[in-house]
Design a protein around this ligand. Sequence first.
Ligand SMILES: Cc1cc2nc3c(=O)[nH]c(=O)nc-3n(C[C@H](O)[C@H](O)[C@H](O)COP(=O)(O)OP(=O)(O)OC[C@H]3O[C@@H](n4cnc5c(N)ncnc54)[C@H](O)[C@@H]3O)c2cc1C
Length: 474
Amino acid sequence: MLQRLAERFRARLESDSVIDDPVRLRTYECDGLTYHRASPGLVVLPGSAEDVAFVVRECVEAGVPYVARGSGTGLSGGALPRTDGVLIVTSRMRRILEIDPDNQRAVVEPGVINLDVSRAVRPYGYYYAPDPSSQQICSIGGNVAENSGGAHCLKYGFTAHHVLACEIVTPDGEITTLGDGPGYDLLGAFIGAEGTLGITTKITVRLTRIPETVETLLAAFPSVETAGAAVSAIIAEGIVPAAVEMMDALAIEAAEAAVACGYPAGAAAVLIVELDGPAPEVAAQFARVRALCERAGAFEQRVARDDADRALVWKGRKSAFAAVGRISPAYIVQDGVIPRTALPEVLAAIDRLSRESGVRVANVFHAGDGNLHPLVLFDDEEEGAGERAELVSGAILDLCVEHGGSITGEHGVGVDKARYLPRMFTEADLDTMQMVRCAFDPPNLCNPGKVFPTPRLCGEIPRVRKGSPDGELF
Ligand SMILES: Cc1cc2nc3c(=O)[nH]c(=O)nc-3n(C[C@H](O)[C@H](O)[C@H](O)COP(=O)(O)OP(=O)(O)OC[C@H]3O[C@@H](n4cnc5c(N)ncnc54)[C@H](O)[C@@H]3O)c2cc1C
């Protein structure tokens, strides 16, 4: 079947946009979650929405599953291909179609790299606010699918707050547009659906004015708990920084080894606090933030002198995930969320878990919105080490849920966390979500096997409940 599909695709698309050579297919066998791998049955690199729609229609007619892929930087296995399916890669759809500064919006194709949007609109005094640390390589289509966040989402919000409309190819191959209008918020359902409700082919994004002033502070603390207390104090003061990021000693060690960022020696934790906005407001709040950090126990504070200095401060943070490769052969990037106020308690509990299990955990995260990224380190050559790391990862997610948080903040569920979903949701919750999926994709061919723990086909509509004794209606 895949061979026949390859022939049909070659007959319509440019011939070099269809890949079936087994060696070349291996390029696409995983995303950033490298311990899940599968060589795709076939790869297609469409050049337009019409091409995508054609490929999807052919897949549906043949009953073949398909998966969209942007840049493959996802950390939850969302773009993991199917050996029996087609991988639709958007890397040839990289045109910025329109920049409309008067209406503060731009229209881009899905393969456009996140940072390229900001580069293109900077001459007009704007930028694109959501800034995943992978922004130099990840695609806007992938950002939409994951509802990606980033360091500055504390103040500016996530991808969902910056996407005004999406042209999509529906799971049955029709091109339509989801936007702001009366009726159900289908755009809201689509953003963050991890590529299970269709493939976006054109995105209208909101542009944000470049702020008048930016101030960046690097503060060093004697413990993770004191740094956590500083975060709570800043937010309790009513200040909303553009970003508040934290790294612990192990994460700092890795970043130093990789990019020599020159963070203060002897710090058990550093905070990067960035404020932006009108100059007088930033000046007043920045002074307050510095005082609060000092009161919480910061033993050194450095203020970025200029943009180059600021870039150096951020370099350590932005390189942290990859840098961990310097101190461990393998690691799992976790992505739990907790209320900010629980930071000191949960970080202490993670430390206890790490000491008791002997599994090292480095912490680098978006402290301002309680989005933890524990990096669980292990040696993949060592018998049983991967399993022990998985157990620690799961226990960290349990801690997050117990504290009223979530198993994912921005990296998505994908294949990685599907099994953890029942720790947060009841079966009825999961059934309801599955019904939404079935409404978009009855044959369950669009990125099947992702997000939900036990994928059901639409033929097996989840148990229909008709009004429970307490009046709950399903
Ligand atoms: C070093 C590093 C740092 C990171 N930092 C952050 C961070 O700070 N914040 C954050 O949120 N994430 C972060 N990530 C995760 C990742 O970069 C984001 O999830 C990103 O949005 C993925 O984009 P991508 O183009 O690589 O998508 P892929 O990995 O290719 O795909 C991700 C998902 O999107 C779907 N998809 C892709 N394109 C489309 C489309 N056109 N239509 C529908 N579905 C589609 C795929 O099927 C898959 O489910 C980081 C990753 C790395 C490696």
